[in-house]
Design a protein around this ligand. Sequence first.
Ligand SMILES: NC(=O)c1ccc[n+]([C@@H]2O[C@H](COP(=O)([O-])OP(=O)(O)OC[C@H]3O[C@@H](n4cnc5c(N)ncnc54)[C@H](OP(=O)(O)O)[C@@H]3O)[C@@H](O)[C@H]2O)c1
Ligand SMILES: [Fe+2]
Length: 379
Amino acid sequence: MFQLKTRIIEGEGSLKALSREVKGYERVLILSSSSMKRHGFLGEAEDYVREAGAEVFSVTDLPAEPGVETVEELLPKLREEFQPDLLVALGGGSVIDTAKALKVFYDAPEVKFEEIAFIDRFSRPKPIPKLKTPLIAIPSTSGAGSEVSASSVLKKGEVKYNIVSLEIAPDVAILDPRLPRTMPGEVARNSGLDVLVHGIEAYTTKAASPFSDTMAINAIKTVYRWLPLSVKGDEEARARVHYAATMAGIAFLNARLGLCHAMSHKAAWIGPHGLLNAIFIPYVMEFNAERSEYARRRYAEIARELGFNTAKDLIEVVKELNEMLKVPRLSELVDEETFVSKVEEMANKAYRDGLIPFNPVEPKPEEIRELYLRAFYGR
Ligand SMILES: NC(=O)c1ccc[n+]([C@@H]2O[C@H](COP(=O)([O-])OP(=O)(O)OC[C@H]3O[C@@H](n4cnc5c(N)ncnc54)[C@H](OP(=O)(O)O)[C@@H]3O)[C@@H](O)[C@H]2O)c1
Ligand SMILES: [Fe+2]
């Protein structure tokens, strides 16, 4: 099965489509982070909403890598002050994920995070009820794919958990390449490597289909060819990687993700999501390729699309890309004592992550622990 709920509007200047999309709504809340205000996109979006005759409210300072607290703090304002009939998320994956979670608790006040989040794959969360407030997502990074995905990833304490339901998949995504052009190189790199990992993991899960494959392969090829240029600020490259991010989002919306994302979600306290994925992915690929004929074959297929041959080649290509883009080592992000003291707990939590059943190989907790340690010591 393959599905996509979101209507996608793309192109230079497509932000202006907002004025058409908000027609008929009365109270529009735009959720954003500080760069969107600083670069003028929030002001522009507010103008489009006003032009359409709606009242506009804005939140301008949402944090990166959000936690449940951010959502809890904002909820009373939504309920008592803004009372929006339409939500617009203008920002990176962090802003879009915050908007998705807000939508759940705004529309369904009886629901609790612990009940609906995928905390543990051995116990099913409660289904999310039907939600009414529509959501328009306007990504400003080229990474998470949250503008089309059915997930919202939130930190609770040091660890990230997923809420998954088509109810929170955005109704409309507006992909205007002007937005990601203001990303600093480091944000372009981190979010762009997340796209690569989305493509590789979605192509190799147990739920992959010819339809998700097409999206995944296209995204992988685009990132491989264009990300180094995009990181340098090339305008054409920024546009290409922007669309690739959404394609990878469509791939994993359907095919889901695997062990690498399970590991990075449980290591969320260490650093940005895309960077952690980039660090873990070569180790995860080696692990999968050693144990699964299917994984080896699928990695080799990706390798051939990029002009190489084998699974081993692909692992090398990914490592070289990391080096070229100066991805730091895990040991540069966290000290040994802190990391080692948490590795057991991270491995146990990753083992219970809801993405594990989609990975081509089911790892044991001690194998995940070993992978974390190998990534830390670079061996
Ligand atoms: N829902 C899903 O399906 C899904 C999938 C993968 C990852 N994720 C989640 O998404 C989050 C990561 O999202 P992301 O990689 O898109 O990054 P992000 O965390 O949304 O953004 C990173 C930083 O980039 C800055 N920024 C964003 N757009 C910018 C622009 N156009 N110009 C200048 N600065 C800009 C922001 O700074 P300011 O604060 O200054 O604006 C922000 O601090 C993680 O929490 C991850 O877990 C979700
Ligand atoms: Fe991701």
